[in-house]
Design a protein around this ligand. Sequence first.
Ligand code: UD1
Length: 427
Amino acid sequence: MEKIIIQGGKPLYGRVAMSGAKNAALPLIAATLLAPGCHILRNVPDLRDTRTMLKVLEVLGARWERNKSDVKIDTTELSGGEAPYELVKTMRASVLVLGPLIARLGYARVSLPGGCAIGARPIDYHLRGFEQLGVETKLASGYVEAISNSKLSGGVVYFDNPSVTGTENLLMAAVLAQGTTVIKNAAREPEVGNLIDMLLGMGACIEGKDSDCLTVQGVKGLQPADAVIIPDRIETGTYVLAVAAAGGEVTITNCNPNHLPSLLEKVRDVGVEVEEGESEIRIKASVRREGSAQSLRSVNIRTMPYPGFPTDLQAQFMALMMVAEGVSIIHETIFENRFMHVAELQRMGAMVDIDGGTAVVKGLGEIVPCGAQVMATDLRASASLVIAGLAANGMTEITRIYHLERGYENMVEKLLALGADIRKVQE
Ligand code: UD1
């Protein structure tokens, strides 16, 4: 297994380009199942999760090839509608094939994802939604079996919480249903908008993009897609926070600043200079020295559905608050168990108290944290350890970095180019 070693305390300078969004690539890859033919997806990040999704498609009979960041997917012939446990257990977003499979084949058998490091994460909203469209669902031997004997029929679906993959799954089922489907309290994340644009390009009829109420008029058939994946806003936010914590001046390119309204506002409140261009963000943060007054102020955050503060940046923001001056209160409202990074940050000197979904972080102020041996526990928690390592004095060793590779394309190479002292080695 590989680990990452960081010699901290080096500010970051230069330009870094963002990759396509993992959380947009996954539903867009699944959506190619809706129309037989050859699809092309552009700006697809080469990550463990996108490779897993392409493997799921392969098991279903599709063929694909990658040329740089373009991926061609041929879904002319499908051999079946079953996504096995071996793949789904490594990535719960594999459940995104349920919607398109039911719509195209009238049948799908997909393994239940099971538990995950950040909470129970059920798929009950997805299943209840499918039932509103006339699908019979049952659980047997760890699998969800979904069958529809006739064409799906439109219905009204209401989500208790605006679920991102739930909205995407239902949209993909509804585009080929008979009649009108209304999805109420739908997720408004930019990744949902990216999927809607792809489906519109394929001939679907959807109204309400970027709102919490989506109306889908089912169509008889769809054409193959030619779609572009949006830039990864979580990767972008992670680099913003890395520069804020390590100090320096970096221009982040190939990104969409409009997709990070709450983060950029919070980072400005912390005392970091943020300049937004059309597809660039320039970040300038002062370089801290042991014993000198701290220029970063503590601020509070509450994770919320888009456009609120993203839960996928909570751990990285906590790493920044660890080195700020004052007390920061962090409320995690989306997932119940998303503080796994705290115990690891504490090994580096962080002062954090947790009470249910609330973490109180007492910033270290004049004290610079010290590097330590830490373990990555999930994807975004791993990124918070990298940020803490960049801001710390001395050496930080991060093990179980396969989590990081699920969602960050070339992170070590990108940070190296910005002047970080970081390397990947075999354990
Ligand atoms: C997606 C993102 C993930 C992000 C999350 C929240 C992808 C591939 N993953 O995950 O990175 O952290 O949105 O922004 O896009 N819920 C239920 N029942 C359901 C579905 C959801 O109770 O059937 C709950 C969840 O436990 C959670 C909330 O609804 O409390 C929102 O979760 P959801 O938006 O569905 O997360 P994912 O789509 O799995």
